[in-house]
Design a protein. Sequence first.
Length: 72
Amino acid sequence: MVLRGFEFLKKGRNIRGLTQTEVAEIYGVSERTYQRWERGDVRVPFDDVSAICAQVFKLGIDEISALISGEE
């Protein structure tokens, strides 16, 4: 199963109980940019996905991947 960046963003945000606005503010991007990333309208650069997971969600890519795949 190939996971896309927006799936990591959506799952991580939901795990941490944050709004899209909060994630955008913490990470330092516009709310509109973050919304477009999370909807999958615009491809999210891997560096940004990785940084948001680590800095904002305090979760590793592997942790989120396992949760998305149901392999807790």
